[in-house]
Design a protein around this ligand. Structure first.
Ligand SMILES: Nc1nc2c(ncn2[C@@H]2O[C@H](COP(=O)(O)OP(=O)(O)OP(=O)(O)O)[C@@H](O)[C@H]2O)c(=O)[nH]1
Ligand SMILES: [Mg+2]
Length: 286
């Protein structure tokens, strides 16, 4: 049996979480088209007959701006201790540049194999993919480079096999039916946040966090926190239309997760400067 941990590093929005979900074969981490979607370390487990690959999904590398992003970057830094390899994710749809080189400096000096995934190659011309692969290959002394699409699944099996090859002999760290290390409450809160992210724009997504207050056989009650009254008005929407839509989209996924129907009650609350509230950040697992 091979088993071990692979940290997933890269700039915000390159598709790290989508890739972790694809490799784990199910939804572990929420995804959005806004940067800074992932705020905490999330493990996604890919089980095979003779292996257990534990992927450590992380926030994107960033320059810290406030206590929240400081904590996020600290999470990234700490995650590199004690891993068997790093999956360094790049987006083929964007210019590979200074941000990627900054991360490269860090990951190539860890002393563990680095596998590069050039993600989002779907619908790109072969010539463009080749150019991006060439640029990617100059980032450092990589173990392997895989062009993939986390969205279509292209190249994912080969990438998973490559990562499993990096793992030492060892025991299973998680029971075979466990795909993530997040509590049910946090998974539910994340699903609500995912739908809120999808329905908001610009700075608002960063100002939203979600906490589950009550979860039982019949009812899920969650608070959606924003920082200002005007943000609250946007998230609530005219006549409650937006928060209702968040609930409508989140409920089926929550029911799928819990395995039974629930009544989902969302309350939008103003919590001024919550991104600076260390206690709340701790409670939110950030
Ligand atoms: N076309 C295409 N889009 C992708 C692919 N993988 C991810 N995306 C999209 O890229 C966006 C970002 O995906 P995420 O998985 O949230 O990215 P991330 O790197 O985890 O982002 P952060 O958590 O914010 O650092 C989403 O809109 C995804 O749907 C892919 O292979 N192809
Ligand atoms: Mg993410």
């Amino acid at each position: 049996m091979r088993s071990g941990f692979v940290a997933v590093a890269g700039r915000p929005n390159v598709g790290k979480s989508t890739l972790v979900n694809a490799l784990a074969g199910g939804k572990v981490a929420i995804v959005s088209d806004k940067p800074q979607t992932t705020r905490r370390r999330i493990t996604g487990v890919a089980n095979g007959e003779d292996h257990q690959l534990v992927l450590v999904d992380l926030p994107g590398f960033q320059r810290p701006l406030d206590p929240m992003t400081e904590r996020m970057q600290r999470t990234v830094d700490q995650a590199f201790e004690d891993v068997d390899g790093v999956l360094f994710v790049l987006s083929a749809r964007e210019r590979i540049g200074a941000g990627d080189r900054f991360i490269a400096q860090r990951v190539f000096s860890l002393g563990v194999p680095v596998v590069i995934a050039l993600n989002k190659v779907d619908r790109l011309k072969p010539g463009h993919i080749a150019t991006q692969m060439d640029t990617a290959s100059k980032l450092g002394d990589f173990h392997a480079l895989h062009p993939v699409s986390a969205k279509t699944g292209d190249g994912i099996d080969a990438l998973r096999d490559e990562l499993v090859e990096l793992l030492p002999e060892g025991p299973a760290y998680f029971p075979p039916d466990q795909r993530s290390d997040l509590s049910i409450e946090v998974q539910v809160a994340e699903l609500v946040r995912e739908k809120a992210l999808a329905l908001t724009r610009e700075e608002l997504p960063h100002a939203i966090s979600v906490e589950v207050e009550e979860l039982d056989e019949k009812v899920v009650r969650a608070n959606v926190y924003v920082e200002t009254e005007s943000q609250k008005q946007i998230v609530v929407g005219r006549g409650g239309a937006i928060v209702k839509e968040i609930g409508t989209r989140a409920r089926p996924e929550i029911e799928h997760l819990l395995g039974h129907p629930v009544f989902l009650e969302l309350q939008v609350k103003v919590k001024p400067r919550w991104r600076r509230d260390e206690q709340l950040l701790e409670r939110l697992g950030i």
